[in-house]
Design a protein around this ligand. Structure first.
Ligand code: GLU
Length: 468
């Protein structure tokens, strides 16, 4: 490979969803480009006109944007480049590296059967025919690939992979209707985009051999290949919908943060020693494709959840509040103006236990309840005269506090228990029920700070004034 700046790319075919494997491929390309000071590009392989709808393309842009892996240059669309692909074929024809094959469908079928019977690949009689003999009928253009020796794919992940040329047929470059085929388009586009490193899923390893032959036919430099192992589910089977999630949108909807996904996906097939948690900057500094392992990587939900909890604890509450609000809106929670501020204020007290955004949403719900709160049955039954009297003394003590912060509230609750001559267990659960209406809530002091003085005392007052 000539010594020029690294240019990598992600080349998804719009299918209507963005598989998490595509996201991981994008990430590795992005990391490698960043690591080397190169550029990360994007090509939409939209030659399947039925599937390549505007929405399907948008899903890819949205997915990459959400992941924070946007390309450094404008995206290239493959379909509109068909003329350029045909031009490359003219070039190959002129160089004698391709030929027109006039076999009729019947002739091709007969050759296929013969080839199968003889245990060899299809060969066209037109490969060595003189162009002067060309009949006036439809043709395909095929690559005039070498028939003996081998094609070496020097792969940065897989090592040296050898393909016997006798096993490769002369692949079709242009169909009878003049449309370019997939492998041709990929080579011409990668070349024109100046791609130096083709990093992609290892389901494309066989294509690498075919594409190498096209590069050679055109007299172009072959890029560095790096074929990544697929992502498997926890059971070792190729990751699919039945594993609970397979697309970027699935993981987003389940409440994983993009920085979690970047960190986690980086670890699927690559790693830096035993480091589990690392920043983008660290990944960029450490990443090298030669360190990618060739065995399939398995999705591990426990590890993913652990990482997400880490990043939830790191994130700005205001950002998390926006995400929680969306989750609640999707649950038809009756949000009101001001709720977002309550959510933001509550998050620091509840996020330590949250593994996903929906879990974080569950944890803030107590603070969003509207007064007067309904008490769960058990708490209602525990509201005896004695309990009411105790809670009303507690209400007074709390109301007299000059500061409403965790430290002072904790101290006040401890001191109150001592004065009453009981353990906190004698009134704490009841206070918690009064404050939360039975929803999950953090410890008492945290819950009261999250609620504010006014709301906490208001909830207490409601409970004290309710008929027993
Ligand atoms: N369009 C191909 C895919 O979505 C990727 C081709 C490539 O990376 O060379 O699998």
């Amino acid at each position: 490979m000539p010594d020029r700046p690294v240019r990598t790319r992600i080349a998804p075919s719009p299918t209507g969803m963005m598989h998490i494997g595509t996201a991981r491929t994008a990430l590795f390309n992005w990391l490698y480009a960043r690591h080397t000071g190169g550029k990360f590009l994007m090509r939409i392989e939209d030659t399947d006109r039925e599937r390549s709808t505007e929405e399907a393309v948008q899903v890819i842009f949205d997915g990459l944007k959400w992941l924070g892996l946007e390309a450094d240059e404008e995206p290239v669309f493959q379909f509109v480049r068909a003329d350029r692909h045909r031009e490359a074929v003219d070039d190959l024809l002129a160089r004698g590296a391709a030929y027109r094959d006039y076999m009729t469908p019947e002739e091709l079928e007969a050759e296929r059967e013969l080839a199968r019977a003889e245990g060899r690949v299809v060969r066209s009689p037109w490969r060595d025919a003189s162009p002067n003999d060309a009949p006036d009928r439809p043709f395909v253009v095929r690559l005039k690939a070498p028939q003996d020796g081998e094609t070496l794919v020097q792969d940065a992940v897989k090592g040296e992979v050898r393909f016997q040329n006798s096993h490769l047929d002369d692949l079709i470059l242009l169909r009878t209707d003049g449309t370019p085929t997939y492998n041709l388009a990929v080579v011409v586009d990668d070349h024109d985009m100046g791609i130096t490193h083709v990093i992609r899923g290892d389901d494309h390893l066989n294509n690498a051999a075919r594409q190498t032959l096209i590069y050679q036919g055109l007299g172009w430099d072959v890029p560095v290949w790096a074929h990544l192992p697929l992502i498997h589910g926890p059971d070792g089977a190729k990751l699919s919908k039945r594993h609970g999630a397979q697309s970027v949108t699935d993981f987003e909807a389940m409440g994983y943060l993009p920085e979690t996904m970047r960190n986690y996906l980086a670890k699927l097939g690559w790693g830096h020693g035993d480091d589990e948690i690392f920043s983008d900057e660290q990944a960029i500094a450490w990443f090298d494709i030669v360190d990618v392992v060739s065995a399939p990587a398995r999705l591990d939900w426990a590890k993913l959840n652990h990482l997400n909890n880490h990043y939830i604890r790191q994130a700005e509450p205001v950002r998390l509040a926006g995400l929680v609000e969306k989750v609640l809106a999707s649950r038809d929670w009756p949000l009101e103006a001001g709720d977002i501020a309550v959510i933001e204020r509550t998050i620091p007290f509840v996020r330590d236990g949250a593994k996903t955004i929906p879990e974080l949403a569950d944890a803030v719900v107590f603070a969003l309840k509207r007064r007067p709160l309904e008490l769960p049955e058990k708490a209602q039954a525990a509201m005896t005269e004695e309990m009411l009297a105790r809670l009303s003394r507690l209400r007074e003590a709390l109301g007299a506090l000059p500061h409403w912060d965790v430290r002072d509230l904790e101290a006040a609750i401890r001191a109150f228990a001592e004065r009453e001559g009981v353990g906190i267990g004698k009134f704490g659960p009841q206070l918690r029920a009064v404050l939360s209406g039975g929803a999950p809530a953090p410890d008492l002091a945290g819950a009261m700070v999250a609620l504010t003085r006014e709301e906490s005392l208001g909830r207490l007052d409601d409970a004290l004034s309710r008929p027993a």
